[in-house]
Ligand binder design. Structure first.
Ligand code: GTP
Ligand code: MG
Length: 556
């Protein structure tokens, strides 16, 4: 039997969805040759936002008949798409074909009486469905199939990796297991859209847009949801041309700086979320940070959200990373593995501090891929030369122009395998002159460090800034040591392992083991040679395969 949502679906949109599904699940087996015709970042954002605006979130009783539920909802209009998931109870995401259906559903919904407590009557798109009578026919019981929104467990990952056929296969497997699913992406856009409804109580023309790893193609299941409150629509209205001799301005309150304006705006939105945002809990206003933000948990979606405003460059950075992620299928596979490797060794942390961030690691991988011969990724300067007039973008005096058209960029002729790239990544950064050089993806070349922070990664748009200023010497040292150790492990495997073993962690799985409590497998190998010899061999191997002899590490 065909599911109801397919029968009711609008022609065209399902096909578009399927195309998108093909693109997101993509063919990750090979390099750049199979690149699909890809959408611009702005097109994806626009489509997803529009889709989210016709979507509702519904808390459901566990014993719900999917068929009856969809039949009931389709009284308000045809349904394009739906799925169920668990987060503090069963929830459904239901996407109507038309926005009007949402209003119709809202009109047919009532605000509950809560007995001893009082309800704040806020008409949101987050509903709760109750059964008038319990469904008790056996066939009607909880027949819904839930989609998974959580990252795979470490155990599952090790299993998958040990059963892979090659290191290349391991990197692609890790990517497939961790990347955001179509449903998770929909839920992220929907959550932004629900928060937008709340923010619109104060700023009717605002938009809440996701940025960071939720949209830059490097997001892992379970990553935070970075949101940007865009008030530009309100501002743009001021600039519209009017005829005649009159210029109309809104009467506004003024404050002494942009930062104070940002703090005031976020402060009231934080209050709104706290007071009448359904499912928004643990609201914290972190207004004195360099980039003021409101942090909260959106319980129903399970996302930890960071809401900022006046942070347009971060949105542009997300677009740039999206471009890099889409240019060659090896990029995302390598970034995911490096991020997992860093997390497994506590090089990154969810707590802010002197650690390397996922964002910095992504920039390091992009830079490394720009340095290959031939390069796998172009420099930002090159992307700027391909820009059309419509791509021009200056934000607060910073030139953020680059082409948004992926189809303008010729695929790389580099055919290196992921296995080789992983090994070379560790050797490259295990031997990088961090004491002298800055990582610069704008030029795609190392530059002299302009200041003395241990790790210098130039902000691609605000070029006087270092995105890894927070990293201290000991964290950098730890990164370098682990990179060297990982390069060594991969090199030993080349020599010692005749074929992949399913019983012992090998390849990428061996690299994800915490180095202090290494598996017997690695310990055994180490015991074969004294430590001094191991280190000597490691250094020799790194020197031997390194083409840039002039680099040294950390001034040692
Ligand atoms: P996750 O760890 O998966 O959340 O990765 P992320 O890329 O989303 O990182 P995070 O949530 O820390 O930051 C969100 C976005 O803010 C990043 O993607 C960047 O665009 C931007 N960002 C984060 N840190 C910095 C920084 O130090 N400097 C600049 N310029 N932008 C940053
Ligand atoms: Mg993030």
């Amino acid at each position: 039997q065909r599911p109801i949502h397919r029968l009711l679906s609008c022609p065209g949109t399902v096909a578009a969805d399927l195309r998108r599904e093909e693109q997101t699940s993509g063919n990750v087996e090979t390099g750049s040759a199979d690149r699909l015709v890809q959408k611009r970042f702005s097109e994806v954002q626009k489509e997803r936002r529009e889709q989210a605006q016709r979507t509702v979130l519904i808390n459901c009783p566990n014993k719900i008949s999917e068929k009856k539920f969809l039949k009931y909802l389709s009284q308000h209009g045809p349904i394009n798409n739906h799925f169920f998931y668990e987060s503090f109870g069963l929830h459904a995401v239901v996407e109507f074909c038309q926005k009007e259906s949402v209003a119709s559903l809202q009109d047919a919904t009532y605000t509950p009486g809560l007995g001893a407590e009082a309800a704040i009557p806020f008409r949101s798109r987050f509903f709760s469905v109750k059964l008038k009578t319990a469904e008790n026919q056996p066939s009607e019981r909880s027949n819904v199939c839930c989609t998974n929104q959580s990252p795979p467990t470490s155990r599952k990952i090790f299993e998958l990796l040990c059963y892979a056929e090659s290191i290349d296969d391991q990197l692609n497997t890790l990517l497939k297991a961790f990347q955001l699913t179509e449903e998770n992406t929909k839920l992220r856009y929907l959550t932004c859209s629900l928060v937008e409804d709340i923010a619109a109580a104060y700023f009717p023309f605002c938009a809440i847009k996701p940025f960071g790893s939720s949209v830059n193609s490097f997001g892992k299941l379970g990553c935070d949801l970075d949101m940007f409150l865009d008030l530009d629509e309100t501002r743009r209205l001021h600039a519209q041309k009017t005829s005649g001799n009159f210029l109309m301005e809104f009467q506004v309150k003024s404050v002494s700086s942009e930062r104070i304006a940002t703090q005031k705006i976020l402060s009231v939105i934080g209050e709104c979320l706290d007071h009448f945002g359904p499912g928004c809990v643990g609201v914290q206003k972190i207004l004195n940070a360099r980039c003021p933000l409101v942090r909260f948990s959106h319980q129903a979606s399970g996302f930890q959200c960071d809401l900022t405003t006046n942070n347009r460059i971060a949105l542009k950075t997300s677009e740039l990373l999206y471009m890099y992620g889409a240019l060659d299928s090896r990029v995302r596979a390598l970034v995911f593995s490096i991020r997992c490797w860093a997390r497994a060794h506590s090089l990154t942390s969810s707590i802010p501090g002197a650690w390397i961030t996922n964002f910095s690691l992504t920039m390091m991988v992009i830079f490394f891929l720009q340095r290959r011969s031939p390069p796998i990724l172009p420099s930002l300067d090159y992307l700027q030369t391909l820009a059309d007039p419509e791509d021009e973008c200056i934000i607060e005096g910073h030139n953020c122009t680059f082409t948004g058209d992926l189809n303008k960029i010729k695929p790389s002729g580099n055919t290196e395998t992921l296995e080789l790239l992983l090994k070379e990544f560790f050797e490259y950064f295990g031997n990088f002159a961090f004491n002298k050089s800055s990582i610069n993806i704008r030029q795609g070349k190392e530059q002299n460090k302009p200041e003395s922070s241990p790790l210098h990664i130039q902000n691609p748009f605000e070029i006087s800034l270092n995105i890894s200023k927070n990293v201290n010497q000991s964290q950098l040292q730890k990164f370098v040591e682990l990179a060297r150790e990982s390069a060594w492990i991969l090199q030993q495997e080349d020599k010692d392992r005749p074929s992949p073993s399913r019983n012992q962690p090998w390849g990428l799985a061996a690299l994800l083991l915490p180095s202090v409590s290494n598996s017997k497998f690695l310990d055994k190998k180490r015991r074969k040679k004294p430590a001094s010899e191991r280190i000597k061999n490691l250094l020799d191997s790194i020197k031997g395969s390194n083409t840039e002899n002039s680099r040294n590490t950390n001034g040692k």
